[in-house]
Design a protein around this ligand. Sequence first.
Ligand code: SAM
Length: 152
Amino acid sequence: MRRYSTDYATYQLIDISRKVTTVVTMTKTSSSSSQGSSGSQRIDFDALYRGESPGEGIAPTAKPPWDTGAPSESVVGWQTRGWVHGDVLDIGCGLGDNAIYLAEKGHTVTGLDISPTALTTAEQRARDAGVEVHFAVADSTKLEATPTRSTP
Ligand SMILES: C[S@@+](CC[C@H](N)C(=O)[O-])C[C@H]1O[C@@H](n2cnc3c(N)ncnc32)[C@H](O)[C@@H]1O
């Protein structure tokens, strides 16, 4: 029997310059079998958001477990304590509820996710909330950066 677990409740707040805050959703995914072997399994998040099986032996789900339709407690806590500064980059923004919440609080927010299907919903939720969030499909493990000259 294959067991599957996803630890999706861990967030990181990176605030290096007080000008940009990066919200990272850490998604630790693991699977194990009754034989006792364990290892990581690639999860197709777009399939998951489409309501299809995201990987071998993993049942489809009608709604991702993290889809509460509300910002996470930790993100609300950071905002309430004044720890979120300037523009926000939400990596792995999913259905956009954290990004939308921070945009409602006045931040300029960019949300990145590997799943186009998730971002279609995120865009709709942002429209419904009446806020502007820039969403873009991106694989955070393959982000490209343009080198800049270091300033003297
Ligand atoms: C556990 S969900 C959390 C979604 C959202 N941050 C929330 O709190 O509701 C993790 C998200 O990370 C996205 N993701 C996973 N791997 C990614 C990658 N390499 N690049 C960008 N997004 C990724 C998934 O599509 C999923 O939406």
